[in-house]
Design a protein around this ligand. Structure first.
Ligand SMILES: *Cc1c(COP(=O)(O)O)cnc(C)c1O
Length: 460
């Protein structure tokens, strides 16, 4: 049975189920598996859900019955949730160059792949304990809709998502506000995304509110999300080479959760040649690979908004492993980064990280050009986050004989303005979502004030 350790070394060691419910460790760290299992023998042609259950089982063993786990995985990756029998199909765009389409879930972004599973696991564990929680989160777009869809109608979970009023796109807002379920609250805050995040942090830091609502989080620092993402690296390798030949991956990156899952897949034994980290103008990671230092800059808005991040929270997990699991040193480094906005990382850790990852960036003009190029040369329409991945992947791949897979993290219809700007054609929402454009919206407005948010939570 695998237990979970905090990256800052002070919090108690937990089981999978406790780490799932806890989210952030009490010492401010992130939970990571104490050991990484080797891949079991896998049938390269088995259905996605079967491979998923096999790959994830060692991480959850001891916290859930095998039969219950298999049923939850089959349900999360079933045909009523993902619109393709392969769940995450490969699409060839050039010789030896592929997209892995992760955007065929209910909200058209890759976050569905992990959250559809995590929502079900959370509900199951709460049922077992006879407890209920309120998931509280802030969103600038994709996370909120994926979390609401994964948790709508579940009996042991309520969910409240704060978004900055007037500052998310109409499609993103409607994906959240047209879900009619009694356990869902959308709260539009009179403020920006940082204000929303500060309100969530303030709520979690308020012991009385935490206890009153049983607050929980499903943001990307939750280990279960990283675990669920490991699976599609394994599946891509099996489908392309039966898991026998090396493959490289290019990953559009914000919080570093998606590409970190690739690193875990490699440690489990997937033959991965390169892990290529692709950033937009908010390029703290690319600068880290160049300088060996973490340096915060202000976030600038880009055409790939889900990567507009300057502190990639999951990078802490990698720092912890690179340090030889020295929680004290990691805590000290991150404290320096927080106070000074700058921290030089130990050269030995930098070398360890640079042996496993390369990183590059692409600005908005380049993103538009790349969407157009891929459309013209391969006939495939991609959206801005994916375009950043494709471009940086081609620029940094070391060997054209090794298949390159770029993770396609969103559907073009989720970012119609940028796609139209690039190719003069506006992608339509898939039929199953077209109703959201006319459906009634359910949302509350609140001032940027914690007590006002608490009042809305009480009404849930
Ligand atoms: C969240 C998101 C990303 C960034 O993923 P991380 O795991 O935070 O690195 C990239 N693209 C899209 C479309 C996203 O929604």
């Amino acid at each position: 049975m695998i237990s979970y350790l905090s990256t800052r070394g002070e919090a108690p060691e937990l089981s999978f189920a406790d780490a799932l419910l806890t989210g952030l460790a009490t010492d401010g760290g992130l939970y990571c598996p104490a050991s990484v299992p080797a891949l079991p023998d896998l049938d390269p042609d088995a259905p996605y859900a079967e491979i998923a259950a096999e790959v994830m089982w060692p991480f959850v063993e001891g916290s859930i019955e095998r039969s219950a786990f298999d049923a939850i995985v089959a349900d999360a990756y079933g045909p009523s949730v993902f619109r393709h029998e392969d769940v995450v199909p490969l699409v060839q765009i050039e010789p030896n160059n592929f997209l892995l389409d992760l955007a065929l879930g209910p909200t058209l972004a890759f976050k569905d792949v992990a959250l559809q599973l995590v929502g079900r696991l959370l509900d199951h564990e709460l049922d077992r304990r006879g407890e209920t929680v309120t998931v509280l989160g802030a969103t600038s777009g994709d996370t909120g809709s994926a979390a609401i869809d994964a948790l709508k109608g579940r009996s042991n979970v309520k969910i409240a998502i704060l978004h900055p009023a007037g500052r998310v796109s109409e499609v993103q807002r409607r994906q959240m506000t047209t879900i009619d379920a009694p356990n869902v609250a959308n709260i539009a805050i009179d403020g920006n995304f940082d204000d929303c995040q500060d309100l969530v942090k303030a709520a979690f830091n308020d012991p009385a509110l935490r206890a009153e609502f049983g607050l929980a989080a499903v943001n990307s620092i939750n280990w279960a999300r990283v675990m669920a993402q490991v699976v599609y690296y394994v599946v891509a390798s099996l489908r392309l080479t039966k898991g026998e030949q090396p493959v490289s991956f290019a990953v559009p990156t914000g919080n570093f959760g998606n590409v970190l899952a690739g690193w875990y897949a490699k440690r489990m034994g997937v033959p991965i040649e390169q892990l290529i980290v692709a950033s937009n103008r908010n390029d703290v990671l690319t600068r880290f690979f160049e300088t060996g230092a973490l340096t915060a800059e202000t976030v600038v808005a880009s055409l790939s908004p889900s990567m507009d991040i300057q502190v990639s929270s999951n990078f802490e997990r990698l720092l912890w492993e690179a340090s030889g699991r020295d929680g004290v040193a990691v805590a000290e480094l991150l404290a320096r980064f927080r106070t000074d906005g700058h921290a030089q990382v130990d050269p030995a850790w930098v070398d360890a990280i640079k042996a496993e990852f390369v990183g590059g960036r692409l600005d908005d003009d380049g993103t538009l050009v790349e969407i157009e190029r891929v459309r013209n040369e391969s006939g495939v329409l991609i959206e801005p986050h994916t375009a950043v991945g494709v471009h940086v992947g081609r620029a940094l791949r070391a060997d054209d004989d090794v298949p390159l897979v770029t993770l396609a993290t969103a559907h073009p219809a989720k970012f119609p303005d940028a796609v139209e700007q690039a190719v003069g054609e506006r992608p339509d929402l898939p039929d199953f979502l077209s109703h959201i454009l006319t459906a009634e919206e359910l949302l509350d407005y609140a001032p940027n004030d914690l007590q006002a948010v608490a009042t809305r939570l009480r009404a849930l």
